[in-house]
Design a protein around this ligand. Sequence first.
Ligand code: ABN
Length: 182
Amino acid sequence: MNWLDRITEGSTRKVARLSSRRSFLTRLGTVVAGTAAAVPLLPVARGNAPEESRAAAPDESGMNGEEFDPKSCAYWRHCSIDGFACSCCGGTQSTCPPGTELARMTWLGTCRNPGDNVDYIISYNDCCGKGSCGRCLCNRNEGDRPMWMPPKNNDTNWCQGVTSQSYHCTIAAVVGVAVADD
Ligand code: ABN
């Protein structure tokens, strides 16, 4: 092969390497993988702060009736719950029972508080690490969406990212005031 053949072959290979479908897919894959690593994949709320530290929770003391009883399925915060209410399982509407672990991944509902007629965003966190509580099963589905919309689906075991995937009960914590979508 003479020098002209070698130069021609070298530059042809270079052009092919830089413009081939495989090289395009390799670079595309790098971009997609890099983006996935940088952006959290699950757009779900993380209930990190205890409710007491959140400004938005309404004052429910002095309210009577089923709609204000955290052990009742009719409790206003339970408008989109699917599970055992933790208030009947040794916990409260915003804290897990002793010996269980709060799942940080959760699903959200919007419930109207009949006390002040304000819509609140409710975080339904599962409490994990013990077998099913078995008390106060409640299945209400206001605003529930299909399973392919995880942050708005209540029929999912959200005991993920915790020590045990064993589901015990569900809390209903206020995370904020719902703002109307104009
Ligand atoms: N998030 C409540 C739940 C747990 C297990 C299975 C279905 C629903």
